[in-house]
Design a protein around this ligand. Sequence first.
Ligand code: HEM
Length: 126
Amino acid sequence: MNKLAYTVFVAFWASMATLFAVSGIASGERAQEPKTQAQQEDVLAEITMEELARHDHEDSCWNAIDGKVYDVTDYIPDHPTDPEVMYEWCGRESTEAWETKGYGRPHSRRAERMLEPMLVGRLKEK
Ligand code: HEM
């Protein structure tokens, strides 16, 4: 009986040790440093001005803003202006349009957050 109790005791702690080891390894994998903005930008697809210019129509409308390229196609019907206001900027470098809305006032923080998931890459520097 004593031997059985001993075996159960050892088996229990051995399995506990295994669990700790496995969870330690798993959390070690998770504990990687978050990527810096520069590292994140490195993994973004590089988009040339020529590629950007191909997305200059209502079925595929890309804007380059501050060196990043966004696919804004699906958002155009929801934009609070006539669609023409955004169509004019499809396939083009649009930082100034974004920052001024055409009349000197920047888009809101809310608009910036909406833009983030539309990111498709970064504009290739010449
Ligand atoms: C690049 C060309 C663009 C131009 C010229 C432009 C212009 C404008 C104008 C004239 C307004 C309405 C007036 C106002 O609210 O002040 C507006 C509002 C707005 N636009 Fe744009 N827009 C552009 C791109 C975009 C894009 C790509 C987004 C996607 C997130 C966006 C999101 C919004 C939002 C959410 C508003 C409501 C007001 C705000 O939150 O700032 N716009 N924009």
